[in-house]
Design a protein around this ligand. Structure first.
Ligand code: DON
Length: 561
């Protein structure tokens, strides 16, 4: 008894130690922070807040600064999603996803035999959806902005004029895509040049387009000179977007997907992004297990996560699409009973082959490039936004007169049920093409609360791997007690139902782990793999300071004060 009494303080200390959040290893600031793919964009966003702007002003600034500093994915010619949480706890989401043009139709990428025409939905003008980014930032500014648009755009226009310094990673990317730039734009294109690290690229045409937006807001892009030039350029190149398409485009406010995981409350993007629904399913399938006890990236946690992801992606690909066009049985897909049932056949003994997993049975009565940034301001308002052109530099089609690349987002539709898109995602009727419909996305801008207060802001690029990368980052902090920076840098893995294969990042997973998984029936990707995602996140420490997690995989940088 006496021994036990002596042991109690030790035990308490142990429990207490385990609950201590990890010591920060990323940039820590007192008040406000932006984490994005380029230092220039993070700095412009952070400076806006220093000048008295709020997180929403900083969102407008960061999004547009990325269009200048990171044309690989930052854009005026693409779209995205944003989730916010105001300091008073109000939450919301904005859908500024591209739309199919009015001339689009279900079989537009099929030949007369009904086969998918190679490259038509991925390259050049035919692959572009109606851009949403400018409508998105203007909608945010109108609803929540606190300083004039003119002031926000000033440093961005200045950056486009003075130019952006090429980093080593960027120089490699530009070299890698050079052939495709020339294919899409001819050999006199600006991007036919060899850019070396340290070179400066100036964007005077982009500066002029931004000036139009600075003067006329949304109409500066969707009407008048810019719209005329854009529509006629796309049509000359064989694409479908008209001035009418541009004029009709509108961003939409949508209530996010919200769910509890233990004592966390997770807020993420709703359809037409699949991100929120799919991480909700994954987390709820994992929740009954004590995953922290299994260990970070251990065989058991990789198995549990993989089996949950396998089932969630099977549902994603079948049920999800643009909610303005299809009925999504969310009440069933997200219900406790349904998800319990989905995991009924899971066992740690053997993998469940994807051939045995289809979408769940739901009775319906009716019928690799993106970028993410996270922002927190000094009031505690939080923004999580992911924006994309789809592929790296989108369709590769560069509108020289206006200074930006066009997206190839049309490939996110299911061109033909059962035929995989460029991310290997197999879609169904719910995501078929229709005029003015939005293509299904995997973008997962997410905000997490713990015990009712702001805990984390997180998101990533990575196509179909976005959802699993976001879920693993949250688990890394919450279940495996990593700092924000370590959670972001930690090696990641991915499974998306089809193809039935677990993909591991090239570094960080032992042969022993892979052998053990193989012995249980898992197919492992043995070829050279790519990195999975570039997560940019912020953790709110218990004393209110902010820790940035800027992914080491890119040029990503946290800036704050
Ligand atoms: O919306 C989507 O899910 C895709 N268009 C995202 C593309 C992407 O993340 C590419 N990045 N590596």
């Amino acid at each position: 008894m006496r021994k036990l009494i002596l042991l109690i303080p030790l035990l308490l200390l142990f429990v207490h130690c385990r609950q201590q959040p990890a010591i920060p290893t990323g940039l820590v600031t007192e008040k406000a922070m932006v984490v994005s793919a380029r230092e220039e964009a993070s700095k412009i966003g952070s400076d806006i807040m220093k000048k008295g702007g709020n997180a929403f002003d900083a969102m407008v600034a960061t999004e547009l600064a990325l269009a200048v500093a990171y044309p690989f994915a930052g854009n005026l010619g693409g779209g995205g999603f944003m989730v916010y949480r105001k300091s008073n706890g109000d939450i919301g989401g904005l859908d500024y996803r591209e739309k199919a043009p009015l001339a689009a139709h279900k079989d537009m990428y099929l030949d007369s035999l009904g086969n998918v025409i190679p490259d038509m939905s991925t390259k050049g003008a035919t692959s572009a959806g109606v851009p949403g980014t400018v409508a998105g930032v203007i909608a945010v500014h109108e609803k929540f902005g606190s300083i004039p648009l003119e002031e926000i755009l000033q440093p961005i226009i200045a950056l486009a004029k003075t130019g952006v310094i090429v980093t080593e990673k960027q120089s490699k990317r530009l070299e890698y895509y050079k052939k495709q730039f020339i294919e899409a734009n001819g050999d006199s294109t600006k991007f036919a040049t060899n850019f070396m690290p340290g070179d400066t690229i100036k964007y005077p045409e982009l500066a002029a387009t931004l000036e139009k937006i600075q003067q006329n807001g949304r109409d500066g892009f969707y009407k008048g000179e810019v719209a005329e030039k854009l529509a006629s350029f796309i049509q000359e190149k064989g694409g479908f977007i008209t001035e009418e398409d541009l004029e009709k485009y509108e961003a939409k406010w949508r209530y996010p997907v919200v769910f509890d995981y233990k004592d966390l409350r997770i807020i993420s993007m709703s359809p037409p992004s699949s991100g929120g629904v799919t991480i909700n399913q994954i987390f709820k399938m994992i929740e009954p297990h004590k995953i922290s006890k299994y260990g970070h990236n251990s065989t058991k946690s990789v198995q549990l996560f993989t089996e949950a992801a396998r089932r969630a992606y099977a549902d994603r690909n079948y049920f999800l699409g643009d909610p303005d066009f299809v009925d999504i049985p969310l009440d069933v897909l997200l219900s406790q009973n349904y998800l319990k049932e989905r995991m009924q056949d899971f066992s740690f003994e053997n993998a469940t082959p994807s051939s045995k997993v289809s979408h769940g049975k739901v009775e319906i009565l009716e019928s690799t490039e993106t970028t993410h940034y996270s922002i927190v301001d000094s009031e505690g308002n939080a923004i999580s936004a992911t924006t994309t052109l789809n592929g790296g530099y989108g369709s590769k089609l560069y509108c020289a007169e206006l200074g930006f690349f066009l997206n190839n987002e049309m490939d996110d539709f299911s061109a033909k049920p059962g035929v995989p898109n460029m991310f290997g995602l197999v879609g169904a009727e719910a995501n078929s093409i229709a005029p003015e419909k939005r293509m299904l996305s995997s973008m997962t801008p997410t905000i997490v609360e713990k015990d009712g207060t702001l805990y984390m802001v997180v998101g990533t690029p990575g196509g179909s791997t976005i959802i699993t990368a976001v879920a693993q980052t949250i688990l890394n902090v919450y279940e495996f007690n990593l700092s924000m920076q370590d959670a972001v840098n930690a090696p990641r893995f991915h499974h998306q139902w089809l193809p039935d294969v677990v993909v591991f990042e090239p570094e960080g997973f032992s042969e022993e782990l892979k052998t053990e998984l193989k012995s249980k029936g898992y197919n492992i990707n043995e070829e050279r793999t790519r990195i999975i995602g570039k997560v940019d996140a912020i953790r709110i420490l218990s004393d209110g300071r902010l820790e940035g997690g800027a992914d080491k995989r890119g040029d990503d940088t946290a800036v704050g004060f």
